[in-house]
Each structure stands twice: as C-alpha cells, then as structure tokens.
Ligand binder design. Structure first.
Ligand code: 0O2
Length: 234
C-alpha cells in the first residue's frame, strides 16, 4: 500500500519514465535470476557428491548445504560501501557474493576434500580463494571461502555466473552463526568483553574440531577418500 506522498509522486511520473522504470525492474529480475541459476548448479554439484559418497564410499563428508541470494537492498548497500558505479557490469565484476552456498562438514579434512572435488570440475573456474581455516580472522572466524564461476546455459547462450561457496565444519558454523547474531544484536558495537569471549570460544571450537577428527581417525582410520582427478571431465 502506497503512502499518500508516494501516490502523489507516482502520479507525477510521465509515461516514458514509467516505461524506463519497468525496463529497469525487468533487467534487475533477469540479473538476479542468473545468480539463482548459478547457485542451483553449485547446489546440484554438491548434492551429487554427497549422494555419491553415501552410496559408493559409505561415508558422508557433507552434513548440510544451505544457500541464499543476497537481497537487492544488500547489493545496493554493498555497492555504496565499495563506492562502485551503479551499473550491472560493474556489479557483476565487483560483487561476487550475490549467490552464496554454505557447506557444513563434520571434519576439517572433509572441508578441504569437498573444496578439491568441487574446484577440480572442468566447468568450474576458481576466481578467488580465502582460506580462513588456515589463517583465521583476528576475531577467530574460520571458514574456507571460494568464489567460483559456473556457466549458466540460457536461451541466449552460456553466461558465466559467480557463486561464493563457504565450506566449514559444524563447530565453525555454530560459532559464526552466534557471532553474527551478537553482531546484529549490538548493532555492530559489541562490548570488548564479549568480543574477547567470542575469540576464546573460536579457539575452543578449533580445538574441538582437532579432537573430534583425531577420535574419528582412531575409530575409522585415516579417511579412505578417492583421489581427486584434476580437470574432471564433464
Ligand atoms: P552475509 O549476510 O553472509 O552475506 P569481499 O566480498 O571480498 O570484498 P567480504 O565480503 O568481507 O569482502 O568477503 P569475506 O571476508 O570472504 O566475507 C564474506 C562472507 O563471509 C560474509 O558475508 C559472511 O557471510 C562471512 N564472514 C566473513 N567474516 C565473518 C565474521 O567475522 N563473522 C561471521 N559470522 N561471518 C563472516 P556478508 O556479506 O558479510 O554477510
């Protein structure tokens, strides 16, 4: 429902401007849809790996897969924060996390294995890797991030689409979701004591990951996972 002021503003818009607004809306929808398709492709790839592992190796390195498409508001906010030009080409080149997929694994070795299996696929192009497991952020955040490009085949031909994949353990994910909630609860002004507590908890989570993996190996032996052929044929 429009406010009276918005209604009056709308009435002052001439036909040509209205057509331009509609065209912009349609282009924005098409732009966002490509990210959804790219995201769906990556999810399918990961789901296939998960099912195959279950069937063939009787082992499941993936606990959970989730995804999200950045809202238009968040894209605009990031655009403003980065000071980039408001056009689709620049957004495509600069904002590479519009489509996001998160993979939660049981163990750290699984996170790296999934990373290798995904990025070895021939139709995947790795754009950027940020290994916050090897080098955690100062606040303690751990996760393996990779921006991949996948071809989305539309009626107009193939369109490369960037998708951010975050791969982490259950413990890392638990920490990150709590930290995220605290961050927003305090409107980014988190008291130092709480920040210190979070960093400490991140170390505990990391130790837990190491202990759980050691225990797992004691029971099951070193993981008997398949060799990753580079450049897996499609
Ligand atoms: P949301 O809501 O998850 O989308 P860049 O894109 O490279 O210019 P950016 O975005 O800082 O810079 O990249 P980075 O460091 O790879 O972080 C991207 C995403 O990782 C974030 O997206 C978060 O999801 C997650 N992340 C990074 N650092 C932290 C952290 O300290 N705590 C938590 N909880 N998550 C983190 P968004 O866009 O911030 O949020």
């Amino acid at each position: 429902m429009l406010t009276p002021r918005a209604q009056r503003t709308l009435e002052t818009i001439d036909g040509q401007t209205l057509d331009e607004m509609r065209a912009l809306r349609d282009e924005t929808e098409r732009f966002m849809l490509r990210y959804k398709f790219g995201m769906d492709e990556v999810i399918t790839k990961l789901s296939i790996l998960r099912e195959e592992f279950n069937q063939t190796h009787d082992y499941n390195p993936i606990e959970h897969i989730s995804s999200r498409l950045k809202s238009l508001d968040s894209v605009i906010e990031k655009m403003a924060r980065k000071g980039i030009e408001p056009n689709f080409d620049t957004i495509r080149e600069t904002i590479t996390d519009i489509a996001g997929v998160r993979v939660t694994c049981s163990f750290v070795s699984d996170a790296y294995r999934i990373f290798e299996l995904l990025t070895a696929q021939r139709d995947i192009r790795v754009i950027k890797v940020k290994d916050y497991i090897k080098e955690p952020k100062p606040n303690g955040y751990q996760s393996l991030h990779v921006i991949v490009e996948v071809p989305v085949f539309l009626s107009t031909g193939p369109h490369p689409v960037a998708v951010e994949v975050q791969i982490r353990t259950i413990a890392m994910d638990f920490w990150a979701s709590l930290e995220h909630k605290i961050y927003y609860k305090y409107d980014r002004q988190v008291p130092q004591e709480l920040l210190d507590g979070l960093t400490d908890a991140a170390h505990t989570a990391s130790e837990l990951d190491a202990r759980m993996e050691r225990l797992h190996r004691e029971v099951h032996g070193a993981p008997r996972l398949p060799h990753v052929p580079r450049d897996i044929a499609v």
